[in-house]
Design a protein. Structure first.
Length: 246
């Protein structure tokens, strides 16, 4: 019995000794799915994952300031940009999950008709105020207004969140009547109701990808995390949180 206990103790000690802390910096669209998968990864491997979440602008600033991480999660174009800037290892980019842009209203408010392009356009023109983000969804929504030919008509109604602040905050507080953001960032937010995705060909999926930071201290462990996040078994969790697997 003493021999068995000693053997188990040795195995536990070895496991603890091999455990690593993986530092991740990530934008927020994939946060809920990522958190659920990370909890499983930590349980399976013994590694600890510490993650800083913020908006795209803040994440880029922290990387530019020289902060050290092992893994970076951003939109695919942002990962490409960070690779050019020497912050992400060339060739380490792996697609994780993709998201569409959606619209939400304050909890309990009537959901506007956005089922067709014409109805969507009418909703925008009738809205008293419109919230949007500084991230990829915000950039894209502004281009949609231009595509619909109503950019000048809605300009005075627009309110943009600072980087890292959810559009749901504006909607829930009554600062804007409606608001746009990545769908996963809307469906989990308290105090608002998700109304639906952008209609038809106005919708565009944003891919979120991972990349190994050039200053990574735990690059192999970070690669193992990426493999776990993108495994076929991760797909149901990714879909549950309003995303599609990469």
């Amino acid at each position: 019995m003493k021999t068995i206990i000693a053997a188990i103790g040795a195995l536990l000690a070895a496991s603890i000794a091999n455990a690593a802390e993986i530092k991740v910096i990530s934008t927020q669209a994939t946060e809920e799915a990522y958190k659920e998968l990370v909890a499983q990864f930590e349980k399976a491997t013994g590694h600890k994952v510490t993650t800083f979440y913020s908006g795209t602008i803040n994440v880029a600033k922290k990387l530019a300031d020289g902060e050290q991480y092992d893994l970076v999660i951003m939109s695919a174009p942002a990962i490409d940009e960070q690779t050019k800037l020497g912050k992400v290892v060339a060739g380490s980019k792996v697609d994780f999950a993709k998201s569409g842009t959606g619209l939400a209203v304050k909890k309990g408010a009537a959901k506007p008709d956005i089922g067709s392009v014409d109805a969507f356009k009418k909703t925008l023109l009738n809205a008293k105020s419109i919230g949007y983000s500084t991230g990829p969804s915000g950039v894209y929504v502004v281009s949609v207004f231009e595509k619909l030919g109503i950019a000048n008509k809605v300009k005075s109604k627009l309110k943009q969140t600072p980087s890292g602040v959810f559009v749901g905050t504006l909607i829930a507080n009554g600062d804007t009547e409606i608001g746009f953001q990545q769908i996963p960032e809307l469906i989990h937010f308290t105090g608002i109701d998700y109304a639906g995705p952008l209609p038809g060909d106005l919708q565009r999926m944003t891919m979120f990808s991972t990349g190994i930071h050039t200053a990574a201290k735990q690059s192999e462990e970070a690669k193992a995390l990426v493999k776990f996040l993108t495994a076929p078994t991760a797909a149901p969790i990714i879909k549950k949180h309003g995303l599609e697997p990469g």
